[in-house]
Write a protein that binds this ligand. Structure first.
Ligand SMILES: Cc1cc2nc3c(=O)[nH]c(=O)nc-3n(C[C@H](O)[C@H](O)[C@H](O)COP(=O)(O)OP(=O)(O)OC[C@H]3O[C@@H](n4cnc5c(N)ncnc54)[C@H](O)[C@@H]3O)c2cc1C
Length: 392
């Protein structure tokens, strides 16, 4: 059975490593000169500046990604955060695990979860009824974790993530950062004699027996199964399908910062509640000092307007206030939208891994299972592998 994987992002690499371990013959095609998509990094002045991710795995060593990495035999050490996070609120840093929600907000949340399970309640509706801390925390959590606001999602869509956090716990940082995850998967794939080739796929056509994959350089190859890591819409274009899903991406801005003195004391997330834009920060060198010289801080904000310059100026005002009195330097400011977004689909709106063409599957973000970021990607890959196994 020959499998083509289009795209060497986390979704593609994870699928390829599991299938190659199961004995499938897998070839991966990547258009860019580097492997890992939005989940890898490049060294810049001694800091591992990422192509996207904040070097975090949402459920650390206890979640679906860690489980699949173990299954694939990928050797990755994950340093679980303790505490999961703290919140900067009114000048005070509060441990979010310990802070008790006021009874009023707790009862309201429980009632809404039960009563409105089938109703598309916008989270902004819930936010209006919460106490000030809980409302601001909700906004910061959505901004940091998904690059969205409470206006952009509903209780039904986010509730599975809330359940998953209760089940698996909070984040962790892979030793070596997100690149270490990608490198470990590449090792598995290569050790199973599967190739990763630098080629852009330009079209996929279904024949009587399998698929023809066309490349930008004019070559063609035949495969039995296609796994696409480039999102549903781009996959539809490659297949020449006009009417198919339209997903709304989430957009954001990330700041990579070097700070002389430590700004965060722990390895988790510092949610920032009284800000214009910045939703949170992490200091990844607390988990792995090799990720940067001294203290390497990353800050993230959702993009609330389409004016990138304005969004960055608002984010920089926040950083100036947050880092007042600290000696810091901004190493990189990166914006994420369009073909390189934070997420291809706003959290909870992913479209599953099946496509209208039997034998073609989509993995990665936009085709996540019900969980956060790369842990959701792992669930989508798990489903895809299961469908392929059952279809044969
Ligand atoms: C600022 C930011 C912070 C984030 N922080 C985190 C975090 O801390 N933790 C977390 O879990 N998630 C985080 N995420 C989300 C996470 O990075 C992404 O969900 C994940 O990396 C997406 O992986 P993917 O495999 O779906 O797609 P991608 O990484 O986009 O990979 C797709 C690959 O396909 C290739 N490709 C496209 N078209 C073709 C073609 N025609 N032929 C061949 N190759 C092609 C692309 O070049 C790319 O390499 C963050 C994202 C951003 C932007």
């Amino acid at each position: 059975m020959k499998v083509a994987v289009i795209g060497a992002g986390l979704g593609g690499l994870l699928s390829a490593s599991i299938l190659s371990e199961m004995g499938y013959s897998v070839e991966i095609f990547e258009k860019l000169p580097f492997i890992g998509g939005r989940f890898t990094s490049f060294k810049y002045r001694g800091y591992e500046i990422t192509t996207g991710a904040l070097h975090m795995i949402p459920h650390g060593s206890r979640g679906p990604l860690a489980e699949l990495l173990r299954k694939a035999g990928a050797k990755v050490e994950i340093i679980d955060s303790n505490p999961y996070g703290t919140a900067l609120y009114g000048g005070e840093e509060i441990d979010v695990n310990r802070r008790r929600m006021p009874l009023r907000s707790k009862v309201l949340f429980a009632l809404l979860c039960m009563k409105n399970w089938f109703r598309e309640v916008k989270l902004s509706e819930l936010e209006r009824r919460l106490d000030d801390f809980s409302a601001k925390f909700l906004r910061a959590f959505l901004g940091w974790s998904f690059s969205i606001t409470p206006e952009q999602t509903t209780l039904t869509k986010i509730y599975p993530v809330y359940r998953s956090i209760l089940e698996h716990g909070g984040p962790g940082v892979p030793a070596g950062g997100c690149k270490a995850v990608v490198d470990a998967l590449v090792d598995v794939i290569r050790s199973n004699d599967c190739a990763i080739r630098k080629l852009k796929v330009s079209a996929i056509r279904k024949g009587n027996c399998g698929f023809s994959v066309y490349f930008e350089n004019g070559d063609t190859e035949k495969f039995d199964i296609i796994i696409s890591n480039i999102g549903h819409e781009e996959t539809a274009k490659l297949m020449g399908i006009k009417k198919y899903v339209k997903l709304e991406p989430s957009r954001g801005i990330k700041y990579s910062i070097s700070v002389r003195q430590p700004f965060i004391e722990h390895t988790g997330v510092l949610f920032t509640l009284n800000t214009r834009r910045i939703s949170g920060m992490n200091q990844v060198t607390n988990a792995d000092p090799n990720l940067g010289k001294g203290n390497f801080l990353m800050a993230h904000q959702p993009m609330l307007t389409s004016n990138v310059k304005f969004e960055i100026s608002e984010g920089l005002k926040d950083l100036k206030e947050l880092l007042k009195g600290y000696d810091y330097e901004i190493l990189a400011i990166q914006s994420f939208s369009d073909g390189w977004p934070v997420n291809r689909a706003i959290a909870g709106s992913d479209s599953g891994c099946k496509t209208p063409v039997s034998g073609v599957y989509v993995v990665g973000d936009g085709a996540k299972g019900s969980d956060i970021e790369v842990d959701g990607i792992a669930l989508g890959v798990k489903d895809t592998v299961e469908y392929i196994r059952k279809s044969l």
